[in-house]
Design a protein around this ligand. Structure first.
Ligand SMILES: [Zn+2]
Ligand SMILES: [Zn+2]
Length: 100
């Protein structure tokens, strides 16, 4: 699966969404299978990520979760992600609430 780095934007309207992981930060850790990063996923941003943000890309299926800082979580323009960042699905039916 090839994930483009350009053309991402915040889904918006997702602030009240929850999942059984407890937080979207933990959801990212669980499904990226990586430790929480020290830097925001947005290209050129070196801030500390504080949230698992819902992001979408026209050429990627479904909503995804990426570590974002507070500032980038509020971006209303498109942005690029750092190369190699994991973008696990935000679809609970495919991840943490998946039926065995
Ligand atoms: Zn979850
Ligand atoms: Zn950032």
């Amino acid at each position: 699966m090839s994930i483009p780095t350009a053309g991402w934007f915040n889904k918006g309207g997702t602030a009240d969404r929850t999942c059984v992981c407890g937080s979207w930060q933990q959801h990212w850790v669980n499904f990226a299978r990586k430790p929480w990063p020290v830097q925001c996923s947005v290209e050129g941003c070196n801030c500390r990520p504080t949230v698992g943000g819902h992001v979408v890309n026209p050429s990627v299926e479904g909503e995804r979760i990426v570590p974002l800082c507070n500032s980038c979580n509020g971006l209303t323009t498109t942005f690029s992600l750092k190369g190699g960042i994991a973008v696990p699905s935000a679809n609970k039916a495919e991840t943490c609430e998946r039926m065995p």
